[in-house]
Design a binder for this molecule. Structure first.
Ligand SMILES: *[C@@H]1O[C@H](CO)[C@@H](O)[C@H](O)[C@H]1NC(C)=O
Ligand SMILES: *[C@@H]1O[C@H](CO)[C@@H](O)[C@H](O)[C@H]1NC(C)=O
Ligand SMILES: *[C@@H]1O[C@H](CO)[C@@H](O)[C@H](O)[C@H]1NC(C)=O
Ligand SMILES: *[C@@H]1O[C@H](CO)[C@@H](O)[C@H](O)[C@H]1NC(C)=O
Ligand SMILES: *[C@@H]1O[C@H](CO)[C@@H](O)[C@H](O)[C@H]1NC(C)=O
Ligand SMILES: *[C@@H]1O[C@H](CO)[C@@H](O)[C@H](O)[C@H]1NC(C)=O
Ligand SMILES: *[C@@H]1O[C@H](CO)[C@@H](O)[C@H](O)[C@H]1NC(C)=O
Ligand SMILES: *[C@@H]1O[C@H](CO)[C@@H](O)[C@H](O)[C@H]1NC(C)=O
Ligand SMILES: CC(=O)N[C@H]1CO[C@H](CO)[C@@H](O)[C@@H]1O
Ligand SMILES: [Cu+2]
Length: 579
């Protein structure tokens, strides 16, 4: 079927074999979630993985495929697996979101999960969606064009997944439990990883550094996934520009750039031309920081001395490599850098790859994103308050049974259908910090109900509360058209005129910039129960999350499908954030 295609398979060791191997494009997979031992930075720990692999196995498929994955929980932890960026038409049952679409697969149990591809083409990923287990439980999803079609760019010589991730020497459960107990930012990370390896700037890491061997004069298709739990990062390849051709499983117009900016939950497809003198070049990424002018307090999570993660681009041939590969310079970080990069992404918007931006909006939502405070009970945490987070001042409490099951079976008392469509209190969002009391959120398990085919616009307005932070907002069941982002308070008169209705990118995760706003639109044509949340795990745990329920339409093909027989049972109370 795809014997003509060449691939580079990456192995756990970080060694790359360039064999022109055909990947296994199986439509049935078995994912065994279990503990396995892994060593980084000379520290060995037991951690949750799929099939003992870290990063986990790559799923190769073609646009429109139905892939079945048997998730078998051989671990001591509850687990759910989410197909990030896969829209799952009419079938939220396999979306894999703990307590939103399912109860977890408990130790010793299994669940046959469907991954239903529709219009996605490009790169996505799968990851655990319960507690913080996704730190180690993730892998790439590579979606090729149907056999009868080709890429909207010349066929690349090879395809290279590059997954970005984090490493803690401690068990992630311990990091999570301390984070919950302390009420502040979680512990600093010990390393940044590229395809599971920190790179040779870290101790004990030279041998396994990710090395990409390339031939001169070819085009390599890099499929980048940010599986980071925190941090937006800059990625650069010394001496090379790259061409972005897709994001979040949807193609974009070619964008020539000397750096990639990528947030947690985002994926970027780009082409690398090996057009430089044969040598060794560093590929590196580092956190996007606030810029030298910004003197607001920083949490210990944002250490200024984090070491960049590196891989090495090695041209094959006869030459003497330099003693050390060339290292790329990084751009100056500044609040507007995120805006600058994401506003440059454009969808193809042509006959073959049309777009359908809703024009007549039936649901105009204004969602204010905040970091909040809550008084600490009897010295239970590090400071006098603990951090929380909210959307329109609602900090979401996870229910005890899944929202989807409650909705489908009509179980009362699990959620309320009254998520606010605008903030109850309007203030000068990106300039004025509120008094102590107004920074307290309220708590609810509230959903926003959408009629089938509603046309939705969301203005995400960031605030200065908690010194202001970027928020990579991710939606399940849909992609958003990202119409634009800017600084300050969204100004109807000024900013609406500049929204891109012509060729906005189609993204499942959009960055709402620090001190700024982002506007998205989507058409609610996928009935079901769909989670929307900040893809910084600490913000998600603090409550920056909500649920859309999209009602059925009238016709049979506009209705949610029934659940599978082996749906994990929801008879069990959760352990979620307590305050
Ligand atoms: C590389 O990209 C930068 C912008 O990101 C651009 O200024 C520069 O001209 C590009 N260089 C080449 C050789 O295309
Ligand atoms: C930092 O602030 C100074 C003085 O306000 C300004 O001239 C400079 O451009 C700022 N730097 C950046 C990177 O914005
Ligand atoms: C938008 O709605 C108006 C009034 O309901 C209608 O006249 C118009 O045709 C609609 N436009 C589109 C693009 O659907
Ligand atoms: C918000 O605060 C800024 C800085 O003080 C000020 O320039 C701006 O006019 C204020 N906006 C509104 C709507 O009050
Ligand atoms: C803030 O809340 C506390 C406790 O609820 C209350 O005692 C205090 O009066 C409030 N302060 C303001 C300024 O409202
Ligand atoms: C959020 O809700 C709480 C509880 O109702 C209230 O005390 C606080 O003032 C609200 N804050 C904002 C910004 O709306
Ligand atoms: C929903 O939208 C689709 C595609 O735009 C259209 O074919 C269908 O008739 C619509 N259904 C309803 C109930 O509006
Ligand atoms: C695991 O899930 C089961 C079933 O939903 C629940 O009873 C149990 O409390 C969960 N355990 C933890 C540690 O979350
Ligand atoms: C039933 C089952 O597979 N249980 C496993 C749960 O996890 C522990 C710890 O990894 C294993 O020892 C059990 O076999
Ligand atoms: Cu956030």
């Amino acid at each position: 079927m795809i014997s003509a295609m060449k691939f580079i398979l990456l192995f756990l060791s970080g060694i790359v074999l360039h064999l022109g191997i055909t990947p296994v494009q199986a439509l049935l997979h078995r994912f065994e979630v279990r503990r396995s031992l892994h060593t980084r930075l000379c520290t060995t720990k037991s951690m949750l993985t799929v099939n003992g692999q870290f990063p986990g196995p790559t799923i190769y498929a073609r646009r429109g495929d139905l892939v079945t994955v048997d998730i078998v929980n051989l671990s001591d932890r509850n687990i759910t697996i989410h197909w990030h960026g896969v829209k799952m038409p009419r079938y939220p049952w396999s979306d894999g979101t703990n307590l939103v679409t399912m109860c977890p697969i408990t130790p010793g149990n299994k669940f046959r999960q469907r991954m239903i591809l529709s219009d996605e083409e490009g790169t996505l990923f799968w990851h655990a969606h319960s507690d913080w287990s996704r730190a180690t439980v993730y892998g790439a999803i590579i979606i090729l064009p149907p056999t009868t079609e080709s890429y909207p760019f010349p066929k690349p010589h090879a395809q290279i997944p590059i997954l970005l991730g984090l490493w803690w020497n401690d068990d992630i459960d311990e990091v999570y439990q301390n984070f919950i107990a302390e009420g502040r930012d979680p512990a600093a990370v010990d390393a940044f990883l590229m395809n599971g390896q920190p790179g040779d700037l870290y101790p004990c890491s030279t041998q396994d550094t990710f090395r990409l061997k390339v031939e001169t004069g070819k085009t390599y298709h890099i499929r980048m996934v940010s599986a980071l739990m925190h941090f937006i990062v800059f990625f650069k390849i010394a001496g090379h520009n790259v061409t972005v051709v897709g994001a979040d499983g949807s193609y974009t117009k070619p964008l020539n750039t000397d750096y990639i900016l990528i947030g947690p939950g985002q994926t970027i497809d780009f082409l690398l031309e090996t057009n430089q003198p044969p040598s060794h070049y560093y590929m590196a990424y580092k956190i996007y920081t606030r810029g030298s002018n910004d003197t607001t307090p920083r949490s210990p999570l944002f250490r200024s001395d984090y070491v960049p993660s590196t891989g090495i681009l090695e041209y094959v041939g006869n030459y003497t490599p330099p003693p050390s590969p060339l290292f790329p310079p990084f751009p100056e970080a500044w609040p507007s850098t995120t805006i600058y990069f994401s506003n440059k992404l454009r969808s193809l918007a042509n006959d073959k790859h049309p777009i359908d931006v809703p024009i007549n909006i039936t649901e105009k939502l204004f969602f204010v994103l905040s970091i909040n405070l809550w008084p600490c009970r009897a010295n239970s945490c590090l400071e006098s308050d603990r951090f929380l987070a909210s959307i329109n001042n609602v900090s979401m409490i996870m229910p005890e049974t899944s929202v989807l099951e409650a909705y489908y079976k009509g179980i009362k008392g699990v959620f309320t259908p009254n998520f606010p469509d605008h903030p109850e209190r309007v203030f000068n969002f990106t300039y004025v910090s509120l008094g102590q009391n107004a920074s307290h959120p309220r708590f609810a398990t509230a959903v926003y109900m959408l009629d089938y085919n509603a046309t939705v616009e969301i203005v995400f307005q960031n605030t200065i509360l908690g010194n202001g932070l970027d928020h990579p907002i991710h939606i399940h069941g849909y992609s958003f058209y990202h119409l634009g982002s800017g600084l300050g308070n969204f100004d109807e008169a000024r900013d609406r005129l500049n929204l891109n209705l012509v060729d906005p990118p189609f993204m499942d995760t959009v960055i709402v910039p620090r001190f700024g706003w982002t506007v998205v639109r989507f058409k609610a044509s996928n009935p079901g129960v769909w989670y929307m949340h900040c893809h910084y795990d600490r913000h998600q745990s603090w409550g920056m999350k909500m649920v859309f329920i999209v009602k059925d339409g009238d016709r049979p093909e506009e209705k949610m499908l029934p659940p599978p027989q082996d749906m994990p049972r929801c008879d069990t109370p959760p352990l979620d954030y307590y305050y």
